[in-house]
Write a new protein. Structure first.
Lengths: 198, 252
């Protein structure tokens, strides 16, 4: 593992240039919180780092092979249980007891066998976060992961993320200064077209 | 009265009225060999099943149509999934699927009569009529799978088997159920048509043909009712089975 380095990255989505000459270093094993106005390229940046997008120019290095991503949407297999949704990405590599323990920490143990289509928005969010954490990746990308959670639950889920990602590289996009303070770590403020001010 | 009860009542009244119209027309025609009355058809229905050979005739057609349908179902699901993943396969299969969809089934029946054993005719025709419907629906289900879920699977390097089970199959399920609901009835209609044209010994089609040449109109309508009953029963049972399999998969 090493730092994730973006050098002079440019990316256009359709006709719109989202990132222009963007450079930044995300330190290995640390949390970086990204803040910025809507449309400034935060999600595009995560998608570039994850490899979903390829940069039009510039270079991205140091991204580990195994990474997990909490998208803005939950992206759950709605007909399946919370347990199955986690198994979808982990397979048998994580013991069932381990998954149950994680879901218990997020107050989902009682409902873990029910189809997630019956879950509330907050419950689905917790499943998506737990799935990303249990994948045990070296890099965790979080795109507004705590959106829609009430204050108390948000704190529980942030504690959960902090507990299980210690020593890993975490990049988290948020609009909420309170989340930014709670998560700590490095702060990257993005301005128009990805011009960054740290 | 609730809306559902009112709808059921209207349907029952419509059926009753249609039966009365049928009875009235049959009485006006007054020739059983041209149009048997519903009362006579019903009476024939209660006597026909006691005749020797009834069950073997039903079983003969049932087994062949079911075999053809199940083979079509399996082939269409496997090839539909494969073609959804491999565009080249979709193009390779395209001429066959379009041909089977557009060529009149009677032409296929006659062609098959030249090429093969009469016993297999029903199986093949049921297969041919059901395959394109199921295949096209499976393919549409695969193509309409949520791209965000596919992106998730790629990002997490989810193996193909798990992606199929958790992401593709839930997307295919509604398409498959609607295809099954339509194609079972089609397989029955085409299968029996093949038996009539091919005069397949010991089949329901043969009994229909005999009823026609001997002007046994009550028998003709009675066998028609039996075909409808078998078709609806097969459809309901198959849909139940599919839904049960779907529920089983969701519990994995």
């Amino acid at each position: 593992m090493s730092d994730i380095i973006l050098s002079h990255v440019e990316k256009a989505v359709g006709d719109h240039t989202v990132l222009k000459d963007f450079s930044h270093v995300f330190p290995e094993g640390e949390i970086t919180v990204i803040r910025g106005a809507s449309g400034c390229g935060k999600t595009t940046l995560l998608r570039l780092i994850s490899g979903i997008y390829t940069p039009d120019s510039g270079e991205i290095t140091g991204v580990p092979q195994k990474l997990s991503f909490v998208f803005q949407e939950d992206r759950l297999a709605e007909d399946f249980s919370a347990l199955s949704n986690i198994r979808l990405v982990t397979g048998k590599s994580v013991a069932r007891e381990e998954i149950e323990r994680h879901l218990d920490e997020l107050s989902l143990r009682e409902v873990m066998k029910k189809p997630v289509r019956d879950f509330s928005g907050g419950m689905k969010r917790r499943v998506a976060i737990s799935r990303a954490v249990l994948f045990d990746a070296d890099l965790l990308l979080l795109d507004e992961p705590f959106k829609g959670l009430d204050q108390e639950l948000k704190k529980t889920v942030m504690d959960y993320v902090l507990k299980y990602t210690r020593g890993k590289t975490v990049i988290c996009v948020t609009h909420d200064p309170a989340e930014e303070d709670y998560l700590g770590g490095n702060l990257l403020i993005m301005k128009g077209k990805g011009r960054n001010a740290t | 009265m609730t809306k559902n009860k009112r709808i059921t009542l209207y349907k029952l009244l419509s059926i009753l009225l249609a039966l009365l119209v049928w009875q009235f027309v049959a009485m006006r025609v007054n020739m059983d060999m041209l149009l048997a009355s519903p009362v006579n058809v019903l009476a024939r229905l209660f006597s026909i099943w006691r005749e020797p050979g009834f069950f073997s005739t039903v079983l003969f057609s049932l087994l062949r149509i079911t075999a053809g349908y199940l083979a079509a179902f399996l082939a269409a699901v496997i090839l539909g999934i494969a073609a959804g993943r491999l565009p080249i396969l979709e193009w390779l299969l395209w001429p066959y699927v379009v041909t089977v969809k557009t060529v009149p089934i009677a032409s296929f029946i006659i062609l098959c009569l030249l090429w093969m054993d009469f016993d297999l005719l029903t199986v093949l025709i049921s297969f041919l009529i059901a395959f394109p419907v199921i295949y096209s629906n499976v393919l549409a289900g695969i193509k309409n799978t949520d791209p965000k879920m596919k992106e998730l699977a790629a990002l997490y390097h989810v193996p193909w088997g798990r992606t199929l089970l958790y992401i593709y199959l839930p997307s295919v399920k509604p398409y498959l159920l609607s295809a099954a609901a339509v194609s079972v009835g089609m397989a029955w209609k085409a299968g029996v048509a093949a038996e009539i044209i091919g005069l397949v010994d010991g089949s329901i089609g043969e009994r229909l043909y005999q009823a026609k040449i001997y002007f046994q109109n009550a028998d003709l309508l009675c066998w028609t009712l039996i075909i409808i009953l078998l078709s609806v029963l097969s459809e309901k049972l198959f849909l139940l089975l599919l839904k049960a399999v779907g529920k089983g998969v969701e519990k994995l």
